[in-house]
Design a protein around this ligand. Structure first.
Ligand SMILES: [Zn+2]
Length: 250
């Protein structure tokens, strides 16, 4: 009975979900989008942000369906970008150059592009909003707005480049500008319900982009305990040479 009431209360509250790329240059653009969504849907709207290589929606399908079940999901906002998306580079290499890719990455990121025509990575970046929106439409109710727009990195505020490192956090909204100690830029962000959802992307960050610092950000004691297990798993899988740490913020 209590559970049922809790679900009913939650269901009556509104939420929006954002899917974007892990690229550090997007942090300000996503902060700005969250403020914009609050103005449009109300200050109290619950916002979930998911980020991986390339803004691939498929990896987060289960989590987004859970949000649509538990909340009145008003919109899914998809924010891929141009100016050298590494995720689109992976798709291009896999489909045009036959470069090997993990089966998880192939299924989550590459497969939705298989039926689309493109001749270079710039074109892939331009069709990415459409490809992701089509995929999302396949599993979301028609009452949910799907807003999928390319972030033009030539036109948004980007701080000076800094040391490239990966932050991993849960999908709750934070203001990256304040919470990541990112005055100089360089903070890649993976945001997901569990490490599993973004492990292929973490693997790319460490083994392809050669980033050596991985920082897990937690917001509560409970989350810190769960994340401890994830850190142990990441340590086993990634081996030595990668510095893994945990910080709590906000
Ligand atoms: Zn990208």
């Amino acid at each position: 009975m209590c559970d049922l009431m809790a679900i009913q209360n939650k269901k009556s509250s509104d939420a929006v979900a954002i899917v974007s790329c892990m690229d550090w240059r997007l942090n300000f653009a996503i902060d700005g989008k969250i403020s914009e969504l609050k103005r449009e849907y109300g200050e109290n709207i619950t916002t979930y942000v998911f980020r991986n290589a390339g803004a691939g929606v498929k990896a987060f399908e289960g989590s987004i369906k859970d949000i649509a079940r538990d909340y009145n999901l008003k919109a899914l906002v998809i924010m891929p970008h141009n100016e050298g998306c590494k995720g689109m580079g992976l798709v291009f290499d896999a489909l045009k150059n036959g470069v090997p890719i993990s089966s998880d990455m192939k299924s989550q990121l590459v497969d939705p592009f298989e039926k689309h025509a493109f001749s270079d990575t710039g074109e892939l970046e331009r069709i990415n909003p459409k490809v992701q929106a089509e995929y999302a439409r396949g599993f979301l109710d028609s009452s949910v707005d799907i807003i999928s727009e390319l972030v033009d990195l030539k036109r948004v505020k980007i701080p000076e480049d800094g040391e490239h490192r990966i932050f991993i956090m849960k999908p709750g909204a934070v203001k990256y500008e304040l919470s990541l100690d990112d005055k100089r830029g360089g903070a890649y962000v993976l945001q997901a319900s569990s490490l599993n959802e973004v492990y292929p992307d973490l693997n790319v960050g460490v083994n392809v982009l050669k980033m050596r610092k991985v920082i897990f950000v937690t917001s509560s004691h409970e989350e810190a305990r769960q994340v401890n297990t994830e850190i142990r798993i990441a340590r086993m899988k990634l081996g030595n040479g990668v510095e893994l740490s945990q910080v709590s913020t906000y």
